[in-house]
Design a protein around this ligand. Structure first.
Ligand code: FE2
Length: 394
């Protein structure tokens, strides 16, 4: 997030209201939750494990406008993997592939397809973050490890999250080299599309597991619950889901958690779980300051977006009131809009970015609203279901 006010109470209250008066669960309200916030400074990077990192880097660069900025692999002394670091504004993606059949990275890609393995948090002290979270019950994956070269040092430590997803704590204060030790600068610029920050990262978990993971983020990381959407909010004729939005104490990191709910047919969350072979990251929302320009640019570069039924735009003026954007342009591009007490937001969702109907991206522009587009859920999910039906999974 960009500059966040330290007092979020007004925003939280509005979000609460927008979410149907669901009380916001703050850290102090969570039984057993620690008093102190684990100070997370933001999302350091998101690492995807993919089948072919070189080709994935080309896709994310040419289609989504990322610059390739660093590389690690056999040429830089890393024997078991190839990793490309992509940057756009404050967003960093790492695309990593294993280099042999015994590689756990290749195994991750075999089971899940291309997908997010690590949502890494920037911290002041990775060893402290690891000690605190494992002390609170997180499963340790990799204890604090110092990576060092002539450019300085970085400390990283990793704990488990949902499914095979992990959170790495990264403390890289003052490291002067390209990204991390083991990486070499390698600049291949992408086209400018105007994405600049991660807004939120959404998890899909199994039926009945949402509250378990809500508790996990409250207990282990000291996150609070921002809003809650139940199956009355997010349901269509066919399928339903439930969602709770967890965020860190400063509101820099927002992690909504979805679980399938029972509908007449298979929930889109269940379709994800079936194809991903378990819980994982459903979508990554990226901020822009000009969604019309960004979506036009992404479309030109080949990004495919979900189409929104025309009826949505017929009803939109009544729902959204006056906005700065041209409604005809929003309709043409398929951009959705939603309003709450604080303002409005504009958002659009891509189709899945790999063969399996798993990970996709959201492009979002906030004009005052800190919500998640509750008023769009129904329209959005009907659009997703049209695609699901086309795949024979509805
Ligand atoms: Fe989202």
């Amino acid at each position: 997030m960009n500059a966040q006010p330290t007092d979020q109470s007004a925003g939280v209250r509005a979000a609460e209201k927008a979410a149907g008066e669901q009380p916001v669960l703050r850290r102090r309200d969570v039984p057993g939750a620690p008093e102190d916030a684990l100070p997370l400074r933001g999302i350091a990077y998101i690492e995807l494990y993919v089948g072919n990192a070189r080709q994935a880097a080309h896709f994310y660069r040419t289609a989504f406008g990322f610059d390739v900025v660093a590389y690690a692999g056999p040429e830089t002394g890393v024997r078991d993997r190839a990793s490309y670091v992509l940057r756009q504004g404050g967003v960093r993606l790492i695309l990593t592939a294993g280099l042999g059949p015994a590689s756990p990275i290749a195994e991750h890609a075999r089971i899940h397809g291309d997908g997010v393995h690590d949502v890494a948090f920037l911290v002041d002290d990775a060893a402290v973050a690891y000690a605190v979270t494992t002390g609170r019950g997180a499963k340790g994956i990799k204890p604090p490890t110092v990576e060092r070269n002539a450019d300085g040092l970085v400390v990283r430590a990793t704990v488990a999250a949902y499914g095979d997803t992990v959170h790495t704590f990264v403390a890289n204060d003052g490291y002067r080299g390209a990204f991390l030790p083991g990486y070499r600068a390698r600049l291949i610029p992408g086209p400018r599309v105007g994405l600049h920050q991660i807004d939120h990262v959404v998890a899909n978990v199994e039926l009945g597991k949402m509250n378990e993971w809500v508790d996990y983020y409250a207990r282990i990381f000291g996150f609070g619950q921002l809003v809650h959407f139940d199956d009355k909010d997010i349901s269509t004729e066919y399928s339903a889901l439930m969602s709770k939005v967890m965020q860190d104490g400063d509101g820099r990191i927002k992690l909504p958690i979805n679980e399938p709910a029972t509908g007449r047919k298979k929930s889109q969350i269940q379709e994800y779980l079936d194809y991903y072979q378990g819980p994982g990251v459903q979508h990554i929302a990226l901020l822009t300051d000009d969604i019309v320009a960004t979506v036009r640019a992404l479309g030109t570069h080949g990004v495919e977006f979900l189409r929104t039924p025309g009826a949505y735009y017929d009803a939109l003026p009544g729902r959204i009131g006056t906005i700065d954007e041209n409604l005809a342009e929003l309709r043409e591009l398929g951009v959705l809009a939603d309003r709450d007490d604080e303002g409005y937001l504009l958002q659009i969702f891509t189709r899945p970015v790999q063969d399996r109907p798993t990970l996709f991206f959201e492009v979002i522009q906030r004009k005052g609203s800190r919500g998640f587009g509750k008023g769009n859920f129904k329209a959005l999910f009907e659009a997703i279901e049209q695609e699901q039906a086309r795949r024979g999974n509805l």
